[in-house]
Design a protein around this ligand. Structure first.
Ligand SMILES: [Fe+2]
Length: 375
């Protein structure tokens, strides 16, 4: 056997085949206070032609602010303001794609998302659905996207979700809350300017930051943990502790939380989230509870799964004088609990990560209902 044919045999030999995830990363990232000023020069070489615009999807809290005047619009570029009051939905993605296709004869040069997790997820989904047929809900799941998306850029204006780095875009669909997980979801470029997070209200800053903290706890305590996830998770957790338990300068805290979000997202990219996320998806599906606060509402009752994490969470909550709302589930019916429980139980990889392959012996509908009832 010559060397060439031996190599080919090695490649295709089934007994040597492994099953590790080969996941995409954001190929370009710019970080630093004020780097938003470089957006124009970053986009210029990506413009297909003067007829192919850049579409900026922007959180409508920025309407009329200085940030809008700094968006480098040329030719027929367009800004679309979107409310982030509700979680992103599949039909919202379809409506945006329809509008963009209606407004222009050509596909855009790119989609630029400016905002929190909602805007980043919408931007990723719109970029995918501009090149893939059908409706967004048909792609909720793992690796269902067939064609590459158009160029898309994520610019976070709040830190914690990890949406800037993830290969998913979590959407509320007609039947489920589930991400479009694909190699084409990941952003082509991320711009991280900590100055853009300056005006975030305190509660939102806390809840979204806790999303990152919970990513770390769920990743570091999961059965999917590996050296890759651990290295990012430990760094993100350390940064979260600095930001939420120490008294940092404001600009230092903004820089560190932005990096915590990135590292937390990287950690779960190669492992998985866990109990709080699974149950929070149920809350969000039935009641429209936002992701960050939903995670906090569940996490406070998860001492039996994450004892040290819950203790740290309580310390952070106390330090920042955060009062979580109570009685969210107090008037729900048995049918309501069943809906939430079904959504949560459907997220098999999350439970496998949190508990292990035998998770069904511990996690039952009754068990989940008893936790939901405390919220
Ligand atoms: Fe999350």
């Amino acid at each position: 056997m010559d060397i060439k044919s031996k190599n080919i045999n090695t490649i295709i030999s089934p007994e040597l085949k492994t099953n590790f995830k080969n996941f995409p990363m954001v190929p370009r990232v710019i970080f630093g206070a004020g780097c938003f000023g470089q957006l124009g020069e970053i986009l210029l070489p990506k413009r297909v032609n003067s007829e192919a615009p850049f579409i900026f999807l922007v959180d409508d809290v920025f309407e009329g602010t200085d940030l809008i005047s700094r968006i480098p619009l040329i030719f027929n570029d367009q800004i679309i303001f979107i409310s982030a009051d509700e979680e992103p939905k599949t039909d919202q993605v379809d409506a945006l794609v329809h509008k963009i296709k209606n407004d222009y004869d050509h596909l855009p040069s790119g989609i630029i998302g400016i905002g929190g997790g909602t805007l980043l997820d919408l931007s990723k989904a719109v970029a995918i659905m501009l090149t893939n047929k059908g409706n967004a809900y048909q792609y909720q799941g793992w690796d269902l996207v067939k064609k590459p998306s158009i160029y898309h850029v994520g610019i976070p204006t709040i830190s914690g979700t990890g949406a800037e780095v993830s290969r998913t875009t979590v959407l509320l669909g007609p039947e489920k809350k589930l991400g479009i997980n694909s190699d084409y979801t990941t952003f082509d470029q991320v711009l991280m300017d900590p100055d853009l997070t300056k005006g975030v209200p305190k509660e939102q800053w806390f809840y979204t930051g806790m999303d990152c903290f919970i990513h770390c706890i769920e990743s570091l305590n999961g059965t999917y943990l590996n050296a890759f996830s651990q290295s990012y998770g430990e760094k993100a957790l350390e940064l979260c502790k600095e930001v939420y338990l120490e008294d940092l300068q404001m600009d230092e805290a903004r820089n560190k939380l932005m990096m915590a979000s990135w590292h937390g997202g990287m950690s779960i990219a190669y492992s998985q989230v866990g109990v709080a996320h699974a149950m929070s998806y149920g809350l969000s599906y039935l009641l429209g509870v936002r992701h960050g606060i939903g995670n906090c509402l569940v996490f406070q009752h998860l001492k039996e799964f994450y004892p040290e994490g819950v203790e740290l969470f309580n310390k952070m909550k106390e330090k920042h004088n955060i009062q979580l709302p109570k009685g969210i589930c107090s008037e729900l019916t048995n049918d309501d609990f069943e809906i939430m429980t079904n959504v949560a139980l459907g997220l098999v990889p999350l439970w496998e990560n949190a508990i292990g392959k035998e998770w069904r012996t511990i996690i039952t509908p009754e068990k989940l209902k008893s936790i939901y009832q405390k919220i």
